[in-house]
Ligand binder design. Structure first.
Ligand SMILES: Cc1cc2nc3c(=O)[nH]c(=O)nc-3n(C[C@H](O)[C@H](O)[C@H](O)COP(=O)(O)O)c2cc1C
Length: 299
């Protein structure tokens, strides 16, 4: 058992937002997904107030040790999420953490307020990797922007508020301290690092439809580990550490660097049961890890 912000979890491995589509997986695998769910809590993809179509294709570029994505946060918007996604995600056998993002503080407040009323939701994660259209500053790259955002939304809910920090800032520890002082309950890091790839035809144009994208996977792991250690040394809040985790050894590194939970993101695209494998290797038995070891025995 692991306790995170008062929530009891079977083990410390969760998913990174946007890297595991539980609704599509349920369609594909049926109730077997519920019986062998790989994560101890499920973090939903970012929800915005208005529906978003996402960025034009192409949206992915594979690097030698990672992935650049420019998905552009497609989602059904708050109303569509509440009506269509939330009832399905509430059927998952683990606590649900809803990840939200707004382009102004008021938009984030609207989202937090809406989810505060829903008992299906165990906690909220604020994705602060986007610009505040009113100030032009990336909300999570600037300590005072982060503090103002957390101060605005903190009184709206009694649920734990997790601030998902961006690595695209000069001093992640200062942003973490600002979030803590403003009332955050936990911190998660890292989100993706800004990156780009040029079109293979060689004319210097960007490959990704969105121009630039976010780099994730093994390529970012050393940076993520350093940032988790830095934040853990400057804050007392529980941390969800992530960035390139592929094995139990990597997860243990994050736990030793100061994380309470570890999220698996890009690795789930290669191996959808990666989280269960990692939890089993760490010594936690789950329904999914039991069937995982059975599969191994039969090999
Ligand atoms: C395809 C893809 C989509 C993502 N979508 C989101 C998202 O909607 N919201 C968010 O906060 N982070 C999103 N992320 C970031 C991940 O949750 C995670 O922070 C990051 O990828 C680092 O972990 P990893 O190296 O294990 O993937 C996304 C990452 C990928 C690769």
């Amino acid at each position: 058992m692991t306790t995170f912000c008062g929530i009891e979890l079977a083990h410390p491995i969760v998913n990174g937002s946007g890297t595991f589509d539980a609704i599509a997986a349920r369609r594909a695998f049926g109730d077997a997904l519920l019986e062998r769910f790989p994560f101890a809590a499920f973090v939903s993809k970012t929800v915005t107030v208005e529906p978003r179509g996402g960025n034009p294709a192409p949206r992915l570029w594979e690097t030698p040790a990672g992935l650049i994505n420019s998905i552009g946060l497609p989602n059904k918007g708050l109303r569509g999420y509440l009506e269509q996604d939330l009832p399905k995600l509430a059927e998952l056998p683990v606590p649900l953490i809803v990840n939200v993002m707004g382009f102004t503080r008021e938009e984030v407040a609207t989202l937090v307020d809406a989810f505060a009323q829903r008992e299906e939701v165990a906690a909220l994660e604020l994705n602060v990797s986007c610009p505040n259209v009113e100030t032009g500053l990336i909300m999570g790259a600037d300590p005072s922007e982060t503090a103002k955002l957390v101060e605005r939304v903190r009184p709206l809910t009694t649920k734990p508020v997790i601030v998902k920090l961006t690595p695209n800032t000069t001093d992640v520890g200062a942003v973490a301290e600002a979030a803590e002082a403003a009332g955050a309950d936990a911190l998660s890091l890292i989100n993706t690092l800004k990156g780009m790839a040029l079109h293979p035809r060689g004319d210097g144009s960007p490959w990704l439809g969105g121009g630039t994208g976010g780099l994730s996977g093994p390529a970012v792991r050393a940076i993520a580990l350093a940032q988790v250690r830095e934040v853990a040394s400057r804050c007392r809040l529980p941390i969800v550490g992530m960035g390139g985790v592929q094995t139990a050894r990597h997860a243990r590194d994050f736990l030793q660097a100061g994380a309470t939970l570890v999220a698996v993101g890009t690795e789930s695209f290669r191996d959808p049961l990666a989280a269960a494998r990692i939890a089993a290797e760490l010594g936690f038995e789950t329904a999914a890890s039991r069937s995982f070891s059975l599969q191994n025995t039969h090999r």
